[in-house]
Design a protein around this ligand. Structure first.
Ligand SMILES: CC(C)(COP(=O)(O)OP(=O)(O)OC[C@H]1O[C@@H](n2cnc3c(N)ncnc32)[C@H](O)[C@@H]1OP(=O)(O)O)[C@@H](O)C(=O)NCCC(=O)NCCS
Length: 324
């Protein structure tokens, strides 16, 4: 069995409230809370990058696990806001935490990134060739947000989380992870420029094409359908019933999406974890921020079954069941 033996998070100190946003675009605290459940989000300062947030979360997770950085032989970073296109943020973090014995790479699956990375690490460890993995979800989405677009800038925030994984007896077991994708959704949520299709130019900057663009309504509908389906599939494949689940940890994008999914799955409010009000959507960091917060808030007890459901750009999705 592959186990999570340590977790931690790191959030920038600066808080951007809905009232602050009201001074930047035409919106209101009331509208944002009613439509999204988000009250505030964290914003990293200009000279702090996704690698800094990730490195700090990683150091804390290693401490929580009681593992030296030199013992890590696999380092995966899930992010859609890498420091640079090349080299990987994983290599930058490797340097910052001095994990010199690790193979390191980034994984791109947007908001599903942490779960994708967790599954890849699980399979590397199951092979027996790798012993200890560090999985990081880190985002500085504030650098990709169009701060003039009220339909998107209210949604996202910065933050990072990390987990240390090992094969063995100790820790929180990953009973299963099930992933999926549908590339027909690529146009509905994207950052069009900065890659080989639209390299940076004056025009791409003028048209805000380096920022997140989204068809919010369509993404909203798909997110609910897919998260319900992957949750049911995960329960079925793990041989559990919804009554066996003590905590449902969905991707934290929008409280209305979470409420609809929970309602369709008949999970009562007290079984659903929510922190989107404090951090907004932190994409690849969202699930590990939620898990670690749930742990620190005493919402997870030894032996609890945790159901995770994620959805992101691509589209990508995933479900997982952990035994805490
Ligand atoms: C973005 C989102 C919050 C918009 O909420 P919505 O209820 O769908 O709102 P609509 O897009 O229908 O817009 C309703 C009205 O509010 C306006 N509006 C949009 N953003 C606004 C804001 N921040 N403040 C005030 N009004 C706003 C729209 O312009 C529209 O006005 P109109 O009727 O005059 O055209 C919602 O679609 C959403 O959360 N989508 C999923 C986003 C997501 O989670 N993405 C990541 C997935 S991993």
């Amino acid at each position: 069995m592959i186990n999570i033996i340590g977790t931690a998070t790191y959030l920038p100190e600066k808080v951007l409230t809905n009232d602050d946003l009201q001074k930047m675009v035409q919106t209101s605290d009331e509208w944002i809370v009613e439509r999204t459940g988000i009250r505030e989000r964290r914003i990293a300062s200009q000279d702090v990058y996704a690698s800094d947030l990730g490195a700090e979360a990683a150091k804390r997770a290693l401490k929580d696990a009681g593992v030296e950085a030199s013992r890590i032989d696999l380092l995966i970073v899930a992010t859609m806001s890498p420091d640079m296109l090349c080299p990987s943020t994983a290599c930058v973090i490797q340097q910052k935490i001095e994990a010199w014995n690790a193979a390191a790479f980034d994984l791109s699956a947007a908001c599903s990134g942490f779960l994708y990375a967790l599954d890849v690490a699980k399979k590397f460890l199951e092979s027996g060739e790798y012993k200890t993995a560090l999985v990081i979800g880190t985002e500085k989405l504030s650098s990709l947000v169009n701060w003039k677009d009220r339909t998107t800038c209210i949604l996202f925030g910065d933050g990072a989380g990390a987990a240390v994984l090992k094969k063995g007896e100790k820790g929180h077991s990953i009973l299963g992870i099930w992933l999926g994708a549908d590339g027909r959704g690529t146009d509905l949520l994207k950052i069009p420029a900065g890659g080989s299709m639209l390299p940076a130019s004056r025009e791409t900057v003028d048209k805000d094409q380096h920022c997140i663009q989204m068809d919010g309504r369509e993404v909203y509908k798909r997110a609910i359908d897919v998260m319900c389906r992957i949750s049911q599939e995960s329960l079925q494949k793990s041989g559990l019933k919804k009554e066996d689940i003590q905590l449902f940890v969905p991707h934290q994008a929008n409280k209305r999406i979470i409420d609809s999914v929970a309602k369709r799955l008949s999970f009562p409010e007290e079984k659903v974890f929510l922190n989107v009000d404090r951090y907004g959507n932190t994409s690849a960091a969202s699930i590990i921020l939620a898990l670690d917060d749930a742990k620190r808030e005493g919402r997870l007890h030894k032996g609890d079954h945790v159901l995770i459901a994620v959805f992101g750009a691509g589209f990508t999705w995933g479900g997982a069941v952990l035994k805490w």
